[in-house]
Design a protein. Structure first.
Length: 229
């Protein structure tokens, strides 16, 4: 057995914006290519993208139907970038995009092509957050939103929407970011379904408790009547 120790992971905190095109898989190949090119151009033209890249504080990861941006310069950068993208998308009605934001650990690695890449729990959480949204949503993890709440100019745009449980059974608390002009103020469909399921479950539990209580009351009444005979 080798006594050589494995090198420790070099973890750092990344401020992550994960975005993808809604309904991408249903599009024709030509449409997919066109929309991805449009999205890439919009992302590259944002002020936050250009500033972070110029500082060497940005890593971009293509995902096929979207992109991941990992900022290491400023915790507000992914939010500012998301709002810039949301504004630009108003001129591209065919391009339906959802976004998820989280801050967390990332690990720089080299991929199979020896290109710089990133892995880590931070990216995984940002992806889960994004998957909870619909077109136009800018969803934040509760953890990320708690940091923004300390700034007055963000506080009025942050709206708690509850939590969902992902396919791995992990609970994801969410905050919806929107302004009067940008973002999507509607409750995400997944959260609407989760609330509806919770209401049904609560109603069933209440009904079972009521039936149990009535059964116990009936039994006690019968018992008292038998004692009187």
């Amino acid at each position: 057995m080798s006594n050589v120790e494995e090198p420790l992971l070099h973890l750092e905190v990344g401020h992550i914006l994960f975005l993808d095109i809604v309904g991408y898989s249903k599009l024709l190949s030509d449409e997919q290519k066109e929309l991805v090119q449009e999205l890439n151009q919009i992302v590259r033209e944002t002020e936050q993208f250009r500033a972070a890249e110029a500082e060497g504080k940005l890593t971009r990861l293509p995902t096929g139907d979207g992109v991941v941006l990992v900022f290491t310069n400023n915790p507000e950068a992914p939010v500012e970038c998301a709002l810039e993208i949301s504004k630009a998308l108003q001129s591209h009605p065919k391009l339906k995009v959802r976004m998820g934001i989280h801050s967390g650990p990332v690990n720089p690695v080299a991929d199979v092509n020896d290109q710089s890449n990133l892995l880590g729990a931070g990216i995984n959480v940002a992806q889960r957050v994004m998957y909870c949204g619909d077109a136009g949503h800018i969803l934040l993890s509760k953890h990320f939103a708690e940091d923004l709440e300390h700034y007055a100019h963000w506080r009025s745009h942050l709206h708690n929407v509850g939590e969902v449980t992902d396919k791995h059974g992990l609970r994801v608390p969410l905050v919806n970011l929107y302004t009067d002009e940008l973002g999507n103020s509607a409750l995400p469909v997944k959260l609407s379904r989760a609330r509806a399921a919770f209401r049904v479950k609560s109603a069933v539990v209440a009904a079972l408790l009521l039936i149990t209580a009535l059964g116990v009351a009936f039994w006690m009444l019968r018992l008292s009547q038998e004692k009187l005979i």
